[in-house]
Design a protein around this ligand. Structure first.
Ligand SMILES: NC(=O)c1ccc[n+]([C@@H]2O[C@H](COP(=O)([O-])OP(=O)(O)OC[C@H]3O[C@@H](n4cnc5c(N)ncnc54)[C@H](OP(=O)(O)O)[C@@H]3O)[C@@H](O)[C@H]2O)c1
Length: 318
């Protein structure tokens, strides 16, 4: 597929230059041209680098805890590489049991770390950024997973030119199945981008985007798990409607969604091609697809992504 047909995701900002220097990035359409293409981060084997990182986490709630536990599950990092801080001792317990160093002092997650991840809620950003800003050195990389908090805002709070990388991960990191989008602040370079992408690759798939696209990412993959849970629930209701026991229907629905998603990712084929392969003339599937068209499933999902993206813009900090 030629590069000219791509949606341009990287027209300005330093992201294009960074990607141009990284052999590990390629266009999702397969082109080697940089112009006008969407570039996807393609993981290479950099587990040796992961083994050496010292990683601090401030805010070990649902997302931060899932991220660290998911990285440890992958087996390329040791608990001793992490220092995790939370104001709530109970939030630290699960990781402490895995052998991770835990603390209630923010400075412990900053001092001597290569990467400091901010896993607090956006409401806690002013307090935490002020504190971390006083402690962080320009040689350290600050990674924010806070939804809706821009790199510009973080950089402003830092007071010095600190490399900032913003990531929108998913709670699916706990299963090693997250889709994470990464964008870079003004002072982050190619090596730091790659280091952060490598780290989040430990818990799934990573894409590098421009920051302006983070609201769209929120509308698609940020809110996406909830859409898919709804689809699975509705499919299982359909199974019950035609006589299957609830547990059987739910298992069949969830496994079908997982298998179809894996097929899209692993076959490198467009979903339309895959759909045609399972749609016989005059058969059952085309009858079902016709009903989906009549009820507007595709329109509903497109509208969902659009509405969530617009809401993300409304909630943004600048
Ligand atoms: N959950 C997701 O699926 C998801 C997905 C993508 C991105 N994110 C982002 O990830 C961040 C965390 O979300 P979450 O769902 O994990 O929230 P969470 O469960 O509330 O976790 C945040 C943790 O940080 C603690 N905390 C608050 N102030 C702190 C401070 N000054 N120092 C250290 N710890 C502090 C909180 O304690 P208290 O409860 O006592 O305040 C809580 O344990 C958010 O910014 C969110 O936008 C979440």
């Amino acid at each position: 597929m030629p590069a000219t047909g791509c949606q341009c995701a990287l027209t300005e900002f330093n992201t294009s230059a960074i990607i141009a220097t990284l052999g590990a990035f390629r266009c999702s359409c397969g082109s080697s041209s940089l112009a006008g293409c969407f570039f996807q981060y393609v993981p290479t084997s950099r587990n040796d680098m992961i083994e050496e990182l010292r990683i601090g986490l401030v805010g070990c709630g649902n997302m931060g805890g899932a991220l660290v536990a998911g990285i440890l599950d992958r087996g390329n990092a040791r608990p001793s590489q992490f220092t995790v801080v939370d104001v709530r001792e109970a939030a630290l317990d699960p990781l402490a049991r895995l052998g991770v160093r835990t603390s209630q002092e923010t400075r412990d997650a900053v001092a001597d770390q290569d990467i400091v991840i901010l896993g607090v809620k956006p409401q806690s950003a002013p307090e935490v950024l002020a504190l971390v800003g006083r402690l962080l050195q320009p040689s350290q990389v600050l990674v924010s997973i806070m939804a809706g908090v821009s790199t510009a805002r973080i950089e402003k709070e830092m007071g010095s030119p600190v490399p900032v990388v913003r990531v929108m991960p998913q709670i699916l990191a706990r299963l090693g199945a997250a889709a994470s989008a990464v964008c870079l602040g003004r002072h982050a370079d190619a090596d730091q981008a790659r280091m952060v992408c490598d780290l989040f690759d430990q818990v799934g798939t990573t894409v590098l985007v421009e920051e302006a696209q983070m609201d769209a990412v929120t509308g698609l993959s940020g809110s996406g798990p909830a859409y898919v849970y709804t689809i699975i629930e509705a499919l299982s209701d359909g199974g019950v409607r035609v006589g299957l026991p609830r547990d059987v229907a739910l298992k069949l629905a969830a496994q079908t969604v997982m298998g179809a998603a894996r097929m899209v990712l692993e076959s490198d084929q467009h979903p339309v091609v895959l759909r045609d392969q399972v749609t016989s003339p005059g058969g059952t599937t085309i009858a079902g697809l016709h009903a989906l068209e009549a009820k507007g499933l595709r329109d509903a999902l497109i509208s969902a992504v659009q509405a969530a993206t617009e809401r993300s813009v409304e909630l943004g900090d600048d």
